[in-house]
Every structure is written in structure tokens, then in C-alpha cells.
Write a protein of this length. Structure first.
Length: 145
């Protein structure tokens, strides 16, 4: 059974350590997620657990009073294709609607096909594309009012 916990603006130390490890494995980086949050406003962090183990996350922040940016997210590779990303997206949208946001924006890359497909299946519209390093960045947006 998957359950999702909400955190605001930062993560407790244990969750930060575990979530940073998953993030770094997915994106082949070496970052401390709490450090990345310092320059962002009104961060909402959703963490998916399978029993007591973190298996996925979705993180975003306020752009302005009406717009929320869904910034970082992923599902641990051994737990993919079980609907966890969809659960996280659904929860994020419910929270944002309850807080009065009008739209949600996100960016993905051509190489992350499953994320692009998930966004399109959930009525996100492609707003822009541009070259980014060796890939194509794709900006998407969804009205949620």
C-alpha cells in the first residue's frame, strides 16, 4: 500500500537523506535536496512511501499567487509502473486547488518519455520547447481552477 506525506519548505533530516539518495540515483547528480530549496518560495514536498520505505516524490514551489511550478519528482526504479507518479500528481493537484492556484507549470525533457506522457495524459498542454544541452526541454502547463 502506498501512502503520501506532505512536507512544507524543507524535509526532516532522515527524509532528506533518503530522498536525496533517490533523486541522485534517478538524475545522476549529487545534491542535498534541502540545499536546493533555499531559493524557492512556498515549497510543497510530497513523499510516497511503500510501507516505511520512500519510493517516490514530487516537489514544487509557488511562482506567483496563481501559478505553481512542479519542479522535481521521480519514482525509484524498482517501483515504477505501479501508478505512484500518478498518485503523486493527483495529490499535488488536489492540494494546489485547495490553496487557490489557477495553474500548474512543469518542464520535462524529451529523454523522460514516461513523464512527458503522464503530463499529456493529465491534460497538460505543451507551451514551449527549446534546445537544452543534448536534449529538448518541454514546458507544459495545466489550468486547475
Amino acid at each position: 500500500m502506498i501512502h503520501i506525506k506532505e512536507f512544507y519548505n524543507s524535509l526532516p533530516e532522515l527524509e532528506n537523506k533518503e530522498l536525496s539518495k533517490i533523486h541522485n540515483e534517478i538524475f545522476d547528480t549529487n545534491v542535498n535536496l534541502n540545499d536546493k530549496f533555499l531559493s524557492k518560495n512556498k515549497i510543497i514536498i510530497l513523499v510516497a512511501y511503500k510501507e516505511k520505505t520512500i519510493v517516490g516524490y514530487k516537489i514544487g514551489y509557488e511562482v506567483d499567487r496563481s501559478t505553481f511550478y512542479s519542479w522535481l519528482g521521480g519514482v525509484e526504479k524498482n517501483n515504477r509502473n505501479h501508478g505512484i507518479a500518478q498518485m503523486l500528481m493527483d495529490k499535488q493537484i488536489r492540494i494546489l486547488k485547495s490553496k487557490g492556484y489557477d495553474k500548474i507549470q512543469t518542464k520535462t525533457f524529451n529523454k523522460w518519455k514516461s513523464m512527458l506522457i503522464l503530463n499529456i495524459k493529465n491534460d497538460f498542454q505543451i507551451k514551449n520547447c527549446y534546445p537544452n544541452k543534448n536534449d529538448l526541454a518541454i514546458i507544459l502547463e495545466k489550468d486547475i481552477k
